[in-house]
Design a protein around this ligand. Sequence first.
Ligand code: 13P
Length: 251
Amino acid sequence: MHSKKYLIANWKMNGLKGDLNQISIIDNFIKKKNNLSGLQCIFCLPYTILAIALTNRKLKNIKFGAQDISNQLSDFGPFTGQISSKMLQDLKCKFTIVGHSEKRSNGDNDADISQKIQTASKNHIKVILCVGEGLNDFKSKKSFIKVKRQLNLSLKKNKKFLKNIIIAYEPIWSIGTGIIPNNKYLNNFFYKIKKYLKDEFKTKATVIYGGSVSSNNIDQLKNINLCDGFLIGGASLKSKNFIDIMKKYYS
Ligand code: 13P
């Protein structure tokens, strides 16, 4: 495995200060292994512990990101509860997730997501853009129509930032359920996403998969040729589970 591969953890609303020791264990594991070539390991943490992780100089092998940012285009202002990309940049944070289905179901629409990409990119923060369809769309074979629409609406005003964006395909029906699509379906889906982005946006996109990734299914998922990595929720919370995934991904 030579090209760049991403293992991105999304801790969601999990993690106290003490849990950062799980990340130290993973950092040590990466340091000692010499066969993890091309691995980009990124932990997207709650803001409370993100700031602490970013100032820990011992964590040299892991990068950190936020799980969301404000959609406001201004850096500061009367927006209670929001965190701007300028604030993340101030912490030297280099990544943020945008458009996660758990945020979309909480009110984020495609216009918000487009603005979030714009403000993140202006402040040199790379975006992990989540797209994915619900179960009804999957059952009625509308998955790609749905995802294509999400991609188009989030990216059309952000064409100049495309190199800053990692696409994470996360079928909503797979998140936290233990159910994953089969490889044939995923390979075909990744092909369609990459072709669409090449044809319409003239970009060679990095596309990763998220939804119930674990050490039990990584042996299967790693055979999806067009997949550039994984976005991992529950199985990223404990170092043992995450290290098991890394070991199998690189075996
Ligand atoms: P799970 O790995 O827990 O299914 O979560 C996936 C996800 O939503 C990552 O962003």
